[in-house]
Design a protein around this ligand. Structure first.
Ligand SMILES: [Ca+2]
Ligand SMILES: [Ca+2]
Ligand SMILES: [Ca+2]
Ligand SMILES: [Ca+2]
Length: 403
């Protein structure tokens, strides 16, 4: 709406100049502003990590790592509700939107008793019964053994049941010897095989990213192809049709070290991945063709049409703890943005778009190419519509990662 408004103002200026009455031109509307209403809205809570790996080793909100949140109308009353994950500092919270600008904590009534360390979440109607179900990702302590408490089915009354084991999710995160196997970071419901049923993409740390195909009967099959899904420390993800072929594609942020040396640490250094979807649930790794590998220590990511030319661009945040000497090269990582060229030739080199803040947030905007090898015969307007559709699909996950 803001862009349309600017267009109308511009036309008005032209007319006013033509008749020599510039004062008749409507004043440009001021940009919108925001007011922090967290406390008044009833959604003030702690999130963070007691575990010193992520946090500060004490029971207080970590300044280092926060987490994602899922937004969706789980009770179908027309208002967007919130599911907040809290790391390991306390149980997750479901907030029902009262419709008057405030929320109520309905965690107990929801039956969601997840007691595992949580990183992110996504709403999606995987069983297509008309209500939003919930997927939660975990990183850290996986105890107790048993169902992984990731997939929660909405029964239509606002109560949820853990169906992780019955749906075939838990088996992919089970370790018989009790070792940590669930290092899932960011989930997204996305129909990657174009059958109308939401499948699941889960970015996971330490080579645990997963693809789950929806079997249309309440269960999923893990169809992860290890020859293609090769990201190593996946944390954020974005889903969108970047090449405008009608099939959803999957970007995963991971760690890229400029000197390709992990220095004996337990992370990997090969960087981001872009998986091009074939529309049948399978993918190809097009990371290097697209030129999106080198993202430093990547976190939350998103596709969006930043330059309003009808194709999807890409952005992700970056950084790691400034007090971790073993990761000194990541303390001031630039956030990354890639502009898509829509399938044509590459724009000329990098350029800077303003912001210079580094380390987990806005930073250096780097222009390069998201190349496409597929047909892009549609008009920019058509690409825009498809981009919009893809972005909508991507935003269903609503928990775009941690940063
Ligand atoms: Ca609602
Ligand atoms: Ca449902
Ligand atoms: Ca599907
Ligand atoms: Ca595509």
């Amino acid at each position: 709406m803001g862009r349309e408004g600017s267009g109308r103002v511009g036309a008005g200026l032209v007319v006013a100049a033509a008749v020599g009455v510039a004062s008749l031109a409507p004043a440009a509307a001021p940009p919108p502003t925001f007011t922090d209403v967290t406390v008044e809205a009833g959604v003030y809570y702690e999130h963070g990590w007691i575990d010193p790996t992520f946090g500060v080793g004490s029971r207080r909100p970590s300044p280092v790592n926060t987490s994602g949140v899922a937004a969706g109308d789980y009770d179908r009353d027309g208002d967007v509700d919130l599911y907040a994950v809290r790391g390991d500092i306390g149980p997750n919270l479901l907030f029902r939107n009262r419709g008057d600008g405030t929320f109520e904590d309905v965690t107990a009534a929801s039956g969601i008793t997840s007691n595992r360390d949580s990183v992110s979440a996504a709403f999606g109607d995987y069983d297509r019964d008309g209500d939003l179900d919930l997927f939660i990702t975990h990183w850290g302590d996986n105890s107790p053994p048993g169902p992984t408490q990731q997939l929660w089915r909405n029964d239509g009354t606002g109560a949820f049941t853990d169906v992780s084991a019955a749906a075939g999710i838990s088996a992919s995160y089970a370790m018989p010897d009790g070792q940590i196997a669930d290092l899932s970071f960011t989930p997204s419901f996305a129909d990657v095989d174009n059958d109308g049923w939401p499948d699941l993409l889960v970015a996971g740390d330490f080579r645990t990213s997963q693809v789950f195909r929806n079997n249309r009967n309440g269960t999923f099959t893990n169809t992860t192809d290890p020859a293609v899904i090769t990201d190593e420390n996946a944390m954020g993800l974005a889903v969108g049709d970047y090449d405008d072929d009608g099939n959803l594609d999957w970007f995963v942020s991971s760690i890229w070290d400029p000197d390709q040396d992990a220095m004996g640490n337990n992370w990997f250094v090969s960087g981001n991945r872009l998986y091009r979807g074939h529309g049948d649930g399978t993918f190809s790794d097009v990371t290097d063709v697209a030129g999106v590998r080198e993202g430093y220590w990547g976190w939350g990511a998103t596709f969006a049409d930043f330059d309003n030319d009808g194709d999807l661009d890409l952005y992700h945040t970056n950084g790691w703890k400034r007090d971790d000497p073993a990761a000194h090269e990541f303390h001031f990582d630039p956030a990354r943005a890639w502009l898509s060229n829509g399938g044509g030739s590459s724009p000329s080199g990098a350029r800077r778009w303003g912001s210079t803040t580094r380390c987990r947030g806005a930073g250096w905007w780097r222009s390069t190419t998201i190349a496409t090898a597929t047909s892009t015969s549609s008009s920019p307007a058509t690409r825009g519509r498809r981009a919009s559709t893809a972005t909508t699909a991507a935003t269903r996950r609503a928990g775009s990662g941690s940063s």
